[in-house]
Design a protein around this ligand. Structure first.
Ligand code: CP
Ligand code: NVA
Length: 330
């Protein structure tokens, strides 16, 4: 096995294909172990800090359950509970937490914050989402792809919607490293940043991945094995709601789009939370005032046989456990 002890997990760019394969294999083994009811001790005696500047259902729960399953103690540190960034610098917070905890998860806004934590903590730091990257999510996505298709390299992967957000960035990186054919299907205004595209193109030359971008939702999904989308408005950019709806309307994942893959068995993935049945105002969904009935994915697709979104959500726990065990465990 690969020795990843003491490593951070920040963007995925710091991991190679063999190491990511190893993390997925380890996730599969830990999933089998959990499902057989075997209690683990691979993180026995470890204390884990969970810092959250933004809200979370899956990531927080996955870290907490994964830690306990393997004998570690997780401590939740919400942004309103600790001094981070208000009364105390990020660097000092990192130095203090590093004296008490064996590993630190961070979810928040600026990616710079987690880089600063990582430089100063002296213990592994794991990215539970920043404005720029969401690498633990992508591990769960890769596991879900492997479980459903049987392989990762060579998979045709179409990502619809906001091509500049943390999910688009991290999925593109994973595809480039792992050799998936990745098409960003998004309006030109929401293309991935040129510098990151360039980096991914150079990684793709090594792995054999094809990284493409198109604004055409019809041809963009042709031959796709995986259709992936994310919310049109990410945490922290709520003021862009109206603009995003107008830009992204044509990229809604509906049954027509599933048909346009020309594939009998595509799978639909979404990191969740999905916007499709939330936020009402006077009994109406907020987005209805923008003349749209559903958001990034229709209920029909979300609840169809193509949709693997809840397997994907469960896999957050198994893959996060693998990251902690690999970087910190026995
Ligand atoms: N997918 C994901 O990260 O979900 P949460 O925001 O609920 O953690
Ligand atoms: N792009 C989304 C992902 C949520 C898991 C966000 O940042 O809000």
């Amino acid at each position: 096995p690969y020795n990843l002890k003491g490593r951070n997990f920040l963007t995925l760019l710091d991991y190679n294909r063999e190491e990511i394969d190893y993390l997925i294999k380890l996730s599969e083994n830990l999933k089998i172990k959990k499902n057989s009811g075997i209690k683990g001790d691979l993180l026995e005696g470890k204390n884990i800090a969970l810092i959250f500047e933004k809200t979370s259902t899956r990531t927080r729960s996955a870290f907490a359950v994964a830690a306990r399953d393997e004998g570690a103690y997780p401590e939740f540190l919400g942004i309103n509970d600790i001094q981070l960034g208000k009364k105390e610098s990020v660097a000092d917070t990192a130095r203090v937490l590093g004296r008490m905890f064996d590993g630190i998860e961070f979810r928040g806004y600026a990616h710079q914050t987690i880089e600063e934590l990582a430089v100063n903590a002296g213990v592994p730091v794991w990215n539970g989402l920043t404005d720029s990257y969401h690498p633990t999510q992508v591990l769960a996505d890769l596991l879900t792809v492997k479980e459903n298709l049987g392989y990762i390299k060579g998979v045709n992967f179409a990502y619809l919607g906001d091509g500049r957000n943390n999910m688009a960035n991290s999925l593109m990186i994973a595809a480039a490293i792992m050799g998936m054919n990745f098409t960003i299907v998004s309006p030109d205004k929401l293309r991935p940043a040129p510098a990151l595209q360039e980096k991914c193109h150079s990684l793709a030359r090594e792995s054999g991945a094809a990284i493409r971008q198109t604004d055409d939702p019809v041809t963009g999904v042709k031959n796709a094995d995986v259709i992936y989308t994310d919310v049109w408005v990410s945490m922290g950019e709520e003021d862009k709601f109206a603009k995003r709806i107008n830009l992204l309307k044509p990229y809604q994942v509906d049954m027509e789009m599933i048909k346009n893959t020309n594939n009998d068995h595509p799978i639909f993935l979404h990191c969740l939370p999905a916007y499709h049945n939330t936020d009402t105002e006077n009994g109406k969904y907020i987005y209805e005032k923008y003349n749209i009935e559903e958001m990034e994915v229709t209920d029909r697709v979300f609840n169809s046989k193509y949709s693997k979104v809840f397997d994907q959500a469960e896999n957050r726990m198994h893959t996060i456990k693998a990251v902690m065990v690999a970087t910190l465990g026995k």
